[in-house]
Design a protein around this ligand. Structure first.
Ligand code: ADP
Ligand code: MG
Length: 137
C-alpha cells in the first residue's frame, strides 16, 4: 500500500475545515496513518518548501505556512500520491474541479488549504521530514 504526505494548511485549520477535509480523505478511501497538529516555525516552513526558494511567492508562502497551526498527515491507499493530488484539485482553486478539496475550501492560489506530495520519492522525503521514525508504520 502506498503512502503520501498531506497538510491541512493554516487557512483551513483557522476556518474549521479540518473535519471536512479529513472526511473527504476518508471518503476517497484513504487510511489516516499519522496525524499531528503543529504550528510550523518559519525555519520548518522554509525547509519544507526549499525547492521553491527561488520562486517569487516563497516569502509569502513561508509566512502563510507559519501563521498558525496546520495538520500534518500520513495518508495511505492504493496509488496514494496521485489519488490525493486528484482529491485536492489544482493548485489554483479557480482551476480546481468541482468536489475537490481546493474547490470546496480554498480562497486563492496561495491560501489553498491543502498540500500533497507530488511524487513517491517526495512523499518518502516529506514523511521522513515530519514523521521521523513513523513513516513506515
Ligand atoms: P502544489 O501545492 O499544488 O504542489 P506548488 O508545489 O507549485 O503547488 O506550490 C507550492 C505552494 O506554493 C502552493 O500549494 C501554494 O500554497 C503556493 N503557491 C504556488 N503558486 C503560487 C502563486 N502563484 N502565488 C502564491 N502562492 C503560490
Ligand atoms: Mg508541490
Amino acid at each position: 500500500m502506498e503512502k503520501t504526505f498531506a497538510i491541512i494548511k493554516p487557512d483551513a485549520v483557522a476556518d474549521n475545515h479540518i473535519g471536512g477535509i479529513l472526511a473527504m480523505a476518508e471518503a476517497a478511501g484513504f487510511k489516516i496513518r499519522a496525524a499531528q497538529m503543529k504550528h510550523l516555525t518559519r525555519k520548518e516552513a522554509e525547509g519544507f518548501y526549499a525547492v521553491h526558494a527561488e520562486r517569487p511567492f516563497f516569502g509569502e508562502l513561508v509566512e502563510f505556512m507559519s501563521e498558525g497551526p496546520c495538520v500534518l498527515l500520513a495518508l495511505e491507499r492504493e496509488d496514494a500520491v496521485a489519488k490525493w493530488r486528484d482529491v485536492m484539485g489544482a493548485t489554483n482553486p479557480a482551476n480546481a474541479a468541482e468536489g475537490t478539496v481546493r474547490k470546496t475550501y480554498a480562497k486563492s492560489v496561495g491560501r489553498n488549504c491543502a498540500h500533497g506530495s507530488d511524487s513517491k520519492e517526495n512523499a518518502a522525503i516529506e514523511l521522513a521530514y515530519f514523521f521521523p521514525g513513523t513513516a513506515l508504520l
